[in-house]
Design a protein around this ligand. Structure first.
Ligand SMILES: NC(=O)c1ccc[n+]([C@@H]2O[C@H](COP(=O)([O-])OP(=O)(O)OC[C@H]3O[C@@H](n4cnc5c(N)ncnc54)[C@H](OP(=O)(O)O)[C@@H]3O)[C@@H](O)[C@H]2O)c1
Length: 321
């Protein structure tokens, strides 16, 4: 079957090891099933996988991809929850120390078919297209958990989103503004800042800009490049929620501000299956839909990877199968 995959890691030149071609059908363990993929979306995680981050060479070749929407073996339209917990685990899947994401241990979703545990299937409502549904399991679910589960913030709070055009950033802007947060956004170009305003941002700023006032919370995915600005932008008692560090993992710690202003630093990762279902219901009720930058046939996956590596994003990149 057709798939996008990696056979050897390349920490410095990830696109050099991206392969789009034939892969064997996925193995289906007991209590797992096969989903025929209709759409799959790209995440920065897939670039990290090509670099060998979280995916050692001994687990390759590996089909890439965490996110998919498709049709299960019984003909139902489904969204795939990407967090694979260990056998027998109950409760919040993200708290399982032995969990993995699809494409870390088990073959991923950028393929014609993917094998997943039956419990990882969530019904796809007819209102959502396969492309929209395929954006939800990683970037959108992560944004949902950051905003509504981990932050402790309430509607009416002012939040700063670092980054305007990425998958998680656009989800934070859309979900945050739909829920009644005042959403401020930094973006690296005029066009990206304008797009953030169109998605519902209240105000936009250049990276590192001085804000009109300090904010209640910052949503961080960028890491090293924005961390200092994030900490300096918080009110006393404010909270920074971090789910990623695209630009690097060694920020200036700003320890003095963190203790003196009694700030909270909260980590957040993915979301539970239940939260994915709640996110889907939120999309139904509010009419919010993932901003899709581009839809490409899976055979043209390289084009999508290039866009993301070069930062040429304007929402989610979706591959149709
Ligand atoms: N922990 C989890 O469960 C989880 C889940 C999802 C994602 N993540 C992480 O979150 C991060 C974002 O993922 P994504 O899929 O949304 O990626 P993406 O689509 O490639 O978006 C990258 C974002 O980073 C911003 N950015 C700002 N400064 C940057 C810099 N100096 N270098 C690179 N990017 C910069 C970009 O802002 P502009 O718009 O201004 O270009 C853009 O919004 C990744 O690190 C990913 O691994 C973690």
């Amino acid at each position: 079957m057709l798939a996008a995959f990696v056979s050897t890691p390349a920490p410095k030149d990830p696109l050099s090891v991206l392969e789009v071609g034939d892969r064997p059908e996925p193995e289906v363990p007991e209590d797992w099933t096969t989903v025929t993929v209709k759409a799959a979306s790209l995440n920065h995680h897939d670039l990290f996988s090509l670099r060998g981050v979280g995916l050692p060479a001994e687990r390759m070749p590996m089909t890439l991809g965490c996110d998919a929407a498709g049709i299960d073996a019984d003909g139902n339209e489904v969204v795939v929850h990407a967090v694979i917990s260990s056998p027998g685990w109950t409760g919040d899947e993200t708290m399982d120390p032995k969990r993995s994401l699809l494409s870390e241990v088990h073959q991923g979703t950028l393929a014609e078919r993917v094998a997943v545990p039956r419990r990882n299937l969530v019904p796809k409502p007819a209102e959502l297209s396969f492309a929209e549904a395929a954006c939800l399991p990683t970037a959108w679910l992560t944004a949902y958990r950051m905003l509504f589960v981990r932050s402790g913030l309430r509607p009416g709070s002012t939040i700063l989103v670092q980054g305007a055009s990425g998958g998680v950033a656009t989800a934070l802007i859309e979900l945050g503004s739909a829920a009644g947060y005042r959403v401020w956004v930094t973006g690296r170009s005029e066009a990206k800042r304008a797009a953030a305003l169109a998605l519902g941002a209240d105000q936009v700023f250049e990276p590192g800009a001085r804000l009109p006032e300090r904010v209640d919370g910052v949503m961080e995915t960028v890491g090293e490049a924005t961390w200092s600005h994030s900490i300096k932008s918080l009110k006393p008692g404010g909270v920074v929620v971090i789910c990623g560090a695209t630009s690097g993992f060694s920020p200036g710690a700003e320890l003095n501000r963190i203790f003196f202003l009694q700030l909270s630093v909260i980590g957040s990762t993915m979301g539970s299956r239940e939260e994915l279902d709640q996110l889907i219901q939120m999309c139904r009720v509010t009419g919010v839909r993932p901003e899709i930058d581009v839809e490409l046939p899976l055979a043209q996956a390289r084009d999508g990877f290039e866009r993301m590596l070069e930062g040429r994003t304007a929402g989610k990149i979706v591959f149709t199968v």
